[in-house]
Write a protein that binds this ligand. Sequence first.
Ligand SMILES: [Zn+2]
Ligand SMILES: [Zn+2]
Ligand SMILES: [Zn+2]
Length: 147
Amino acid sequence: MCGRQGAFPRDLSGVGYVYRCTAKCGYRTNSREHWKLHEETHQPQEFYICGICKHKPEGEKYAVFGRHKELLFHIRHEHPDRDAEDIVRQSKQDYVAGFKRRCGFCGDRFLTWDLRNEHILEHFDSMHERGVSDMSEWKDPWPADGA
Ligand SMILES: [Zn+2]
Ligand SMILES: [Zn+2]
Ligand SMILES: [Zn+2]
């Protein structure tokens, strides 16, 4: 059968995928959650300094993490005898993350990262309904910002 009649037909063009990386790295998915996580790899929205290592003189140099799961990985390896949840609480930094505040499809501005994501996901959904889904219309930076 070579998978030709399979439930998951191979789609080499990628046309079947709805959500695409706005940094245009080529990532695409049909999962809204995976898309959000992927967007955060380009524009990290969290910042941690290990709550144990930061008390060592040399700690801040190597115990900085952009993602919750990276911190957990560090705790499991470096501090396996400690309560991970407790360390995470001590490690989270008050930090207003920067991100690109304009929609590359329509130029809208966003106040928060979550609003941005919801807005852009809506674009992908409506493009998908029209049978198109690609990043060719995405503008970064938005032309009006050029000056
Ligand atoms: Zn990407
Ligand atoms: Zn540590
Ligand atoms: Zn938009």
